[in-house]
Design a protein around this ligand. Sequence first.
Ligand SMILES: *[C@@H]1O[C@H](CO)[C@@H](O)[C@H](O)[C@H]1NC(C)=O
Ligand SMILES: *[C@@H]1O[C@H](CO)[C@@H](O)[C@H](O)[C@H]1NC(C)=O
Ligand SMILES: *[C@@H]1O[C@H](CO)[C@@H](O)[C@H](O)[C@H]1NC(C)=O
Ligand SMILES: *[C@@H]1O[C@H](CO)[C@@H](O)[C@H](O)[C@H]1NC(C)=O
Ligand SMILES: *[C@@H]1O[C@H](CO)[C@@H](O)[C@H](O)[C@H]1NC(C)=O
Ligand SMILES: *[C@@H]1O[C@H](CO)[C@@H](O)[C@H](O)[C@H]1NC(C)=O
Ligand SMILES: *[C@@H]1O[C@H](CO)[C@@H](O)[C@H](O)[C@H]1NC(C)=O
Length: 306
Amino acid sequence: MDTLISILVLLSGLPLQAHCIRLTVSPSKLLNGLTEKLEVNCTFLAGSDPSLSSLTSLSIRRWTNSTSLREAATVSSFNGVTLSDSVTAVGTIDNSGMSFLNVIWSYPNLTNQGEYECLADGLDTTGHPLSRSSNYNVTGLNPESELLVEEILKLRQTIHHLNTDFLSLKEEVSIFMSTLTHRVNASHRTMFETSAAFNGSQYSLYSIDTVVDIVQAQATCEIYGGNLVEVNNENEFHFLKTFIEDVSDAALVLIGGNQINDVGNWVYSHSNASIDYFRWAKDYPLFTMGANSIRRGWELGVPSQQ
Ligand SMILES: *[C@@H]1O[C@H](CO)[C@@H](O)[C@H](O)[C@H]1NC(C)=O
Ligand SMILES: *[C@@H]1O[C@H](CO)[C@@H](O)[C@H](O)[C@H]1NC(C)=O
Ligand SMILES: *[C@@H]1O[C@H](CO)[C@@H](O)[C@H](O)[C@H]1NC(C)=O
Ligand SMILES: *[C@@H]1O[C@H](CO)[C@@H](O)[C@H](O)[C@H]1NC(C)=O
Ligand SMILES: *[C@@H]1O[C@H](CO)[C@@H](O)[C@H](O)[C@H]1NC(C)=O
Ligand SMILES: *[C@@H]1O[C@H](CO)[C@@H](O)[C@H](O)[C@H]1NC(C)=O
Ligand SMILES: *[C@@H]1O[C@H](CO)[C@@H](O)[C@H](O)[C@H]1NC(C)=O
């Protein structure tokens, strides 16, 4: 019968204690030199302890040996947060809600191991001082221990996950790229008359009924990874002349030369190189819209007119 009674006391006593002052610690095992931070939180919810009717402060401290306590930080309703150790801390006392004190040690070492305590000071229902506390043991280990192995295994697992994520991402990107290339290729085939290679470059002729401006034309070429043609020498000119005559009866072919920024100073839009090779067609260069708004773009005349 005695045994039964003492068991009942324990059961009703434990959860009550655990619910008033909550002390959480992370991690509970410190790896000397590897653990980046030790975070200790103490919380108290107003009303969770019927006898502690008003809270005045929360302190987080550590037992350095069986008789001596070292305080890290305190939060009180009068002074706010005060630090006694090289820690960072935030906290508040709120007698109508959640009071808390959150303390962080960066790069803790073996001196951080020990029993941590959260002390709550307040008043009972008759106005007498009342204290409550909650404790938590933190152990420190030198990395030669098996925990290091655990840590390394965890890292390996993380790397494995990252690797898997990376590989599937890579595969998705590759599928996306091939679909995109396929589409761009297909649209290239329908948009462009034909193409030919000369001196390491591929030339395509895009045929439309209306004259577009050089900016639009350049943008269209860029979609397909190219740029408006820049005719740099006689060989290239003759190659283009033959190519265009073979595949098209176009009256005008836009190339990349322009004098948009500086009238009279012709440059190629892609390379920004000033043009030193000219083969104007008959009646060209052609200015159709007055001196200040010249038709943009250098139009290579129909080659047969040369
Ligand atoms: C401590 O409290 C902060 C803020 O409420 C929270 O983000 C953190 O996860 C808590 N840490 C622990 C160990 O309970
Ligand atoms: C406990 O630590 C305190 C302060 O660090 C020291 O003064 C005291 O002698 C220690 N007591 C024991 C029993 O080691
Ligand atoms: C542990 O850290 C504290 C605070 O950063 C420092 O004062 C102390 O010298 C360190 N101890 C060791 C053994 O590294
Ligand atoms: C912490 O460890 C000490 C010594 O081993 C022990 O007496 C104490 O009960 C432990 N505290 C908690 C909260 O586990
Ligand atoms: C797209 O065209 C290029 C060159 O014409 C070719 O090398 C590539 O294999 C084509 N890709 C697809 C997906 O059709
Ligand atoms: C071929 O291209 C190279 C480099 O762009 C250039 O130096 C060379 O003159 C070109 N050849 C012909 C025949 O246009
Ligand atoms: C093009 O060249 C001109 C003259 O050399 C220079 O002023 C201009 O900044 C260049 N533009 C670009 C986009 O490189």
